[in-house]
Each structure stands twice: as structure tokens, then as C-alpha cells.
Design a protein around this ligand. Structure first.
Ligand SMILES: Nc1nc2c(ncn2[C@@H]2O[C@H](COP(=O)(O)OP(=O)(O)OP(=O)(O)O)[C@@H](O)[C@H]2O)c(=O)[nH]1
Length: 332
């Protein structure tokens, strides 16, 4: 089941149960002749039914559905008014399903604002109309429900974000993974073309990585890749992104960086790695291929291929080299 399907099912069920519950309460009030409360209950039922219908209509765009906030604000308003519709009968229990519905459907801070409004209405009503011990018990129950619902809403959001981060992160190095590069490079390229700002990319290879692995073992090889990534993170500026490719190379996307800039940064990276201490390997060097976006570049593949070709050229020149390539290699 996808996230959108899960949300459609839970939101639809939440609205549906609220509509049923409120319809039953509205009918009960009609039976006893409390017409004001009957109309308010019917309005809440109608709004909840609209919410259910809306959930079904936007089932494919459930993650970006924007009308839940106005619908739930309307529900909050009518339920708040119901608290002051008259001293009898008791209407405080109308609030509890709505608090749960807010946290089930809305992002945390929106749900908190609406539920705090409901809690305020509940507190005022309880303090005005109820004996103090009963009022305190009711307010504590309402506050407890809000705290519990907020906790689970926050936990769920955190888990979803962690899952999203995991899906785009290379677990060894903490850099983004190659799949995410495919998704983002084209967007960065389009943005750079649209704004006219320069953009540079770098492909980086740790020299003799296979030999280091053979000599020191896989653990050392992996630790070296992780340490190099950490070093790169400490060099690049905010807005630059680092990717760990499947063939052990690294890739950097540098927005707003012209040719002079990328030349500065590759040199800085090359020297920092060469001059660093890398126990137990000792001296480590890297080769770098870099390029910038040309006016003719429309596809991310073209820029990636040019960076790879620049890296091949750097490796041909020997280790601990950087090569800048502006144009595609001429066909041989
Ligand atoms: N994208 C990116 N570009 C860099 C970075 N470091 C240097 N550059 C480029 O190299 C140029 C010169 O950088 P520096 O020698 O650090 O000089 P700077 O005046 O401190 O550069 P600013 O960071 O622009 O203030 C910058 O304007 C950038 O274009 C980096 O970490 N990331």
C-alpha cells in the first residue's frame, strides 16, 4: 500500500466515523428538542461528510491536498460554538473525536493550533459551567489527549522523514546515493539554464583504491571512503551536494560556480586529501575531473559524461591530478 493510499484510507475512515458519530448526536438532540444543538451537529456531520468526499476525490494527490485545513477549521469553529450553545446538555465530548481527526489528517503545527483552540473553548466552558473538580478533570483529559495525539503525529512524521532520507542516502559515507543524483542533476541543470547562473560538477576517484583494498582489506577500504567523504563535507560550502556513486567514485554538484571557481575548489580538495593523514593507509591522493554547464547542455547525461571523460584524462596524466574539460572530447 502506498503512502497516498494509506492516507486516503485513514482520512476517509476518520471523516466517516466523525460524520456517523455526529449524525447520531444530532438526531439524539432532535429527539429531545434541542434544536440549536441539532443544527450544529448536522453542520458538523455535513462538513465531515464533505471531508470524506474530498478525500475520495483527491485520492491520487492525497499528499498535496490543501482543502483539509479549511474543512477542519470549519469543524473546529462549529464545535467551538457548540460549547457555548447552552448550559444543557453536555457538549464537551464533541471535541474529542475532532482533536483526533486534526492530528490524523493535518501536519503537526496546524493540528496543534486547531486543537489548542478547541482546548481553549473546552476550558472556558468547563470553568464557567462546571464544579471545579469536574472542570479540572475534563481539562486534563483534553490536554492529555492533545499531548498524546501530538506525540504520535510527531513520531509518524519523523519516521516518514527518516525513511525518505534513508532512500536517498549512501549508508557508508552519508553522501547522497547515485539514484538520487539521477533525480537531482537534471533539475539542477534546468534551474541553472533557466536562471542563467553557472553550475559546475566534479567527479572524484580515490587513487589506487582497489590496491588499498587488496593490501589492507575491505574494512580499511570502506573506512577510507567514509573518511574521504567526511573530508569533502568539511571542504564544500552549503548548497553544494556530494554523491557516492556505485563504482566507488564521488560526484559533486556545485550550483552558482563558474570555471574559475571550480578550478579553485578542485585544487583545494586535491591538496587537502594529499596533505591529510589517513591511517592505516598513510598517503592518499585523488584524481578529479570537472566541467561546467555549457549553453548547449540540455541533458544531465551530457554533463556527467563530460565529467567522467575529464576524470579519465586526469587519471591518464597520472595520480593526484585534476583536469578541467569545457567541451566534449572530439570523436577519435
Ligand atoms: N561551489 C563552491 N565553490 C567554491 C568553494 N570554494 C571556492 N569556491 C569557488 O572559488 C571561488 C573563490 O573561492 P575562495 O578562494 O574561497 O575565495 P572567497 O572570496 O572566499 O570565495 P567566496 O566563498 O565566494 O566568498 C569562489 O567564488 C567560488 O566560486 C566551495 O566550497 N564550493
Amino acid at each position: 500500500m502506498t503512502e497516498a493510499q494509506l492516507r486516503t484510507a485513514t482520512h476517509g475512515l476518520g471523516y466517516g466515523l466523525t460524520a456517523l458519530f455526529m449524525a447520531a448526536l444530532a438526531l439524539q438532540n432532535l429527539r429531545y428538542g434541542f434544536y440549536g444543538l441539532f443544527y450544529l451537529g448536522a453542520a458538523i456531520t455535513l462538513l465531515a461528510a464533505c471531508g470524506m468526499l474530498y478525500t475520495i476525490v483527491v485520492r491520487r494527490q492525497q499528499l498535496s491536498a490543501r482543502l483539509h485545513l479549511p474543512i477542519l477549521s470549519g469543524l473546529t469553529l462549529v464545535t467551538g460554538i457548540a460549547q457555548f450553545a447552552g448550559p444543557h446538555p453536555e457538549t464537551s465530548h464533541w471535541l474529542f473525536p475532532l482533536i483526533l481527526l486534526n492530528f490524523l489528517i493535518l501536519p503537526l503545527w496546524q493540528a496543534l493550533i486547531l486543537s489548542a483552540t478547541l482546548l481553549l473553548a473546552l476550558t472556558l466552558r468547563a470553568l464557567i459551567l462546571m464544579p471545579t473538580p469536574d472542570a479540572v478533570m475534563l481539562i486534563l483529559a483534553g490536554a492529555g489527549l492533545v499531548a498524546l495525539a501530538a506525540y504520535f503525529n510527531g513520531r509518524h512524521t519523523h519516521m516518514v522523514q527518516s525513511a525518505e532520507t534513508l532512500a536517498i542516502t549512501d549508508s557508508l559515507t552519508g553522501a547522497h546515493n547515485a539514484r538520487f543524483l539521477d533525480e537531482t542533476l537534471q533539475k539542477e541543470l534546468s534551474r541553472s539554464r533557466a536562471t542563467g547562473h553557472p553550475m559546475a560538477v566534479i567527479r572524484l576517484r580515490i587513487d589506487h583504491l582497489a590496491e588499498i583494498g587488496n593490501l589492507h582489506g575491505t574494512t580499511v577500504r570502506q573506512r577510507l571512503r567514509r573518511d574521504v567523504a567526511e573530508s569533502l563535507f568539511s571542504i564544500i560550502r552549503a548548497g553544494d551536494t556530494l554523491y557516492a556513486l556505485d563504482d566507488d567514485d564521488f560526484f559533486l554538484v556545485l550550483p552558482f560556480t563558474p570555471e574559475e571557481g571550480v578550478r579553485v575548489i578542485v585544487e583545494r580538495i586535491r591538496r587537502t586529501i594529499r596533505d591529510g593523514a589517513w591511517p592505516p593507509v598513510g598517503r592518499v591522493t585523488v584524481s578529479l575531473g570537472c566541467t561546467i554547464r555549457q549553453d548547449t547542455d540540455t541533458q544531465a547525461d551530457t554533463v556527467m559524461a563530460r565529467a567522467e571523460s575529464a576524470l579519465d584524462r586526469a587519471c591518464q596524466e597520472g595520480t593526484d591530478r585534476a583536469w578541467f574539460q569545457a567541451e566534449p572530447e572530439p570523436e577519435s
